[in-house]
Design a binder for this molecule. Structure first.
Ligand SMILES: [Zn+2]
Ligand SMILES: [Zn+2]
Length: 133
């Protein structure tokens, strides 16, 4: 059952309600996420994102098929949206109840700077190509 979860950026200029299918998050090790968030990037899949405040949401096209959004005032990274696959993810760290989420999968482990303990899935770039993620 989907849940409505509230979150905001560091300065509060961006505030939202996200509809999330599950209280789960992904940890991405890809080279782009390293640049974007200094290492591992934790994100939550959202079915819908209702922005309550967004004057300072700036988007940046990070690849042909995807854009990333961040707060122009405080610099918090906020979202990743892929036009091709229609995937929308929101950064875990912005959610008020982020401790309630569980990790499901680490992505691009072959590009990672570190690894996480636990019984979750771990996918390399090659694994992801095979699954067409
Ligand atoms: Zn902000
Ligand atoms: Zn990534």
């Amino acid at each position: 059952m989907s849940k409505v979860m509230h979150g905001r950026c560091l300065c509060g200029d961006i505030e939202f309600q996200a509809i999330v299918p599950k209280k789960e998050y992904y940890a991405c090790h890809c080279n782009m996420c390293q640049k974007w968030s200094s290492g591992l990037h934790f994100s939550v899949i959202a079915e819908e994102l209702n922005l309550r405040a967004h004057e300072n949401l700036q988007t940046f096209r990070s690849s042909e098929s995807a854009e990333r959004g961040f707060c122009r005032r405080c610099g918090s990274s906020v979202l990743y949206r892929n036009d091709k696959s229609n995937l929308l993810v929101v950064n875990l760290g912005l959610f008020d109840q982020r401790q309630d989420f569980m990790i499901v999968t680490e992505l691009f482990i072959d590009q990672g700077l570190c690894s996480l303990d636990g019984g979750h899935n771990r996918l390399s770039e090659k694994d992801m190509e095979m699954r067409d993620l």
